[in-house]
Design a binder for this molecule. Structure first.
Ligand SMILES: [Zn+2]
Length: 290
């Protein structure tokens, strides 16, 4: 607003200077309006877009996305945005019929136990690189004038993710235990990348509750594999994880599927990279790594 005011003032002072008004407006362009279905995609969009984008995250912070139902206001925000970023594979099922950029389009999906395809690609940092490239290309196509900036921002994020991948590789190289038990089945891509085995209490969505048979299997698995920690997560009740932990005499620890930031995480400025570092720390404890 100030710049426009100054521009008018300058015009008044200098008379009609051709191009001046246009130049001033170009220095402060309106950011591109981007919506993202849930946190990891909003994180990438913000990093790749920087000041050139205004990102709206549809699934609110602190809300588990698998069963989120968008409000009419959410849907209006999506249809008013220039670019809508979605994940697919059921974590944002409401977005399946909405035209948008599917960030996971270049990633090969793995199958969950139920036979459904697993949506949790973002928990392998290399997959997040692929998503960042898809989002970068969408921003470049939507706003080609600023392509150099999107390329540069994306490269910064890609470098951070390569660093994170290396830390995980090093940190989980020599461990006594290579099996973990988690709340819901979110860590398949991470486990495959860093060569450990993951067993989940619930299914691909936290609402898929386990049968008594499943719980018995988990207890056996944990005992057999000398598992001392059961992981729970931030957006889902820890009740079942606690029950199993007690039953087998294990402790519980957080392994964050980073599906949304809690209020505290948001206030403290924690982001995907920070939470992945916390995950690595807790994995190293649970897996007794050197
Ligand atoms: Zn999930």
């Amino acid at each position: 607003m100030n710049k426009i005011f100054i521009a008018i003032l300058l015009l008044a002072i200098t008379g009609c200077t051709p191009g001046l008004n246009e130049e001033v407006i170009n220095q402060d362009p309106k950011p591109m309006n981007v919506t993202a279905s849930f946190y990891p995609l909003a994180f990438i969009s913000q990093r790749v877009g920087g000041k050139l984008v205004q990102v709206t995250q549809i699934t609110p912070g602190g809300v588990e996305p698998h069963d989120y139902e968008p409000t009419p206001q959410d849907l209006t925000a999506v249809s008013n945005s220039q670019i809508f970023i979605k994940n697919g594979y059921g974590v944002d099922a409401w977005a399946d019929n909405i035209v948008g950029v599917k960030a996971t389009s270049k990633i090969e999906a793995m199958n969950g136990n139920s036979g459904l395809q697993d949506p949790h690609m973002w928990l392998n940092p290399l997959n997040l690189i692929s998503e960042a490239e898809v989002i970068r290309d969408a921003f470049v196509a939507g706003d080609p004038e600023n392509s150099a900036k999107y390329m540069l921002n994306a490269q910064g994020l890609i470098n951070d993710l390569k660093g994170l991948d290396q830390e995980f590789k090093d940190g989980l190289k020599e461990c006594k235990v290579r099996q973990i038990v988690t709340s819901h089945d979110a860590f398949r891509y991470m486990a495959k990348r860093y060569n450990f085995e993951t067993l989940a209490i619930a299914g691909l969505s936290p609402e898929e509750e386990p049968s008594p048979k499943r719980l018995a299997e988990l207890s056996d698995f944990a005992k057999k594999n000398n598992i001392k920690y059961i992981f729970f997560e931030t957006l889902v009740s820890p009740k079942l994880a606690d029950t199993i932990a007690k039953e087998i005499g294990a402790k519980s620890l957080v392994l964050n599927p980073i599906e949304g930031l809690t209020r505290e995480e948001a206030i403290m400025g924690k982001d995907y990279l920070f939470l992945m570092q916390e995950n690595l720390k807790n994995l190293r404890t649970a897996m007794q790594c050197k």
